[in-house]
Design a protein around this ligand. Structure first.
Ligand code: CTP
Ligand code: CA
Length: 221
C-alpha cells in the first residue's frame, strides 16, 4: 500500500482511530470475537494521515498492513486502556472497532477439556469504550462512532449517537449481503448530532473513508 498525500485539511490534528475486532480469550486456545475485517477503520486511519493528521491507530488482530503507526491490542479491556490513556491528547476520536460486547467472567488458564456434553460459558459485559471516553469529552473534541445494525438502522444509530455523545455516527446496515464485513465496498448513512443525515452511495471503502474524513474536517472549521 502506498501513501499518497492528498491535502492538509487535518494538519496539526491528532486523530485516534480504532479498528478491527477485539478478541476475548476463554482459555489459551479459544476465544470469542466479532466479525470485522478492519478494512473500514484502516482506510479511515490512512485517509486521515493522507490529509495531514497525526494519526494513532489502535487495532485488534487483523492481517491488514498499513503505513500508519499502529498499536495492536487483543481484548476490549486493552483497547479501553489505550483509548482512555490518549483521550486528553487528541482532537478527534473515531471508533471504527467492532468491540466484543462480552467477555468470559472467568478465563481458564488451563485448556478446557471436552469431557462433558454441554458447556456453559458465563459472559459479562465489557466496558463501553466510547461511553466511558465521552465522560472526558471536551467541547473542542470530535467523537465519531459506527453503528452496526441489522434492523431499525436509523433509530438505533441515532440512539447510540446520543447515548455516547457523538458528533456523528456512521451507520452500517449489516442485513445487506453485498456490502460491509469482508467486502471492499461499503454504503453508509451518516447521522449528525445537529439532526442532519447524509447517505454515502456504495463505493470502495477507501473512498467512503475519504468522504468521512472530509466531513469531519468541515465540522472542525
Ligand atoms: N463501542 C465501544 N465499546 C464497546 C462496544 C462498542 O466503544 N464495548 C463502540 C463501537 O466502536 C462503535 C459504537 O460503540 O463505534 C457502536 O457499536 P455497536 O456495536 O454498533 O453498538 P453497541 O453500543 O455495542 O450496542 P449493540 O451491539 O447492542 O447494538
Ligand atoms: Ca456491540
Amino acid at each position: 500500500k502506498k501513501f499518497l498525500k492528498k491535502s492538509d485539511i487535518l494538519k496539526g490534528k491528532r486523530v485516534l482511530v480504532t479498528a478491527g475486532p477485539t478478541i476475548e480469550y476463554i482459555d489459551p486456545v479459544r476465544f470469542i470475537s466479532n466479525r470485522s475485517s478492519g478494512k473500514m477503520g484502516f482506510a479511515i486511519a490512512e485517509s486521515a494521515f493522507e490529509n495531514g493528521a497525526d494519526v494513532t491507530l489502535i487495532s485488534g488482530p487483523t492481517l491488514i498492513k498499513t503505513f500508519v503507526d499502529r498499536k495492536e491490542v487483543l481484548s476490549a479491556d486493552e483497547m479501553y486502556s489505550e483509548v482512555i490513556n490518549k483521550i486528553s491528547e487528541i482532537d478527534i476520536l473515531i471508533m471504527a472497532a467492532a468491540v466484543a460486547d462480552y467477555k468470559v467472567e472467568n478465563y481458564s488458564e488451563e485448556k478446557i477439556k471436552k469431557n462433558s456434553e454441554n458447556l456453559t460459558l458465563k459472559l459479562v459485559k465489557n466496558k463501553d469504550i466510547l461511553k466511558e471516553a465521552s465522560k472526558f469529552k471536551k467541547d473542542n473534541q470530535i467523537f465519531v462512532g459506527f453503528a452496526a445494525e441489522s434492523h431499525n438502522v436509523e433509530e438505533n444509530a441515532i440512539n447510540k449517537m446520543k447515548e455516547k455523545k457523538l458528533d456523528l455516527i456512521v451507520a452500517n446496515d449489516i442485513s445487506r449481503k453485498d456490502i460491509g464485513f469482508d467486502s471492499n465496498d461499503n454504503e453508509v448513512t451518516i447521522y449528525f448530532s445537529s439532526g442532519d443525515k447524509l447517505k454515502i452511495d456504495k463505493m470502495d471503502k477507501k473512498k467512503v473513508a475519504d468522504k468521512i474524513i472530509k466531513i469531519i474536517s468541515d465540522l472542525i472549521k
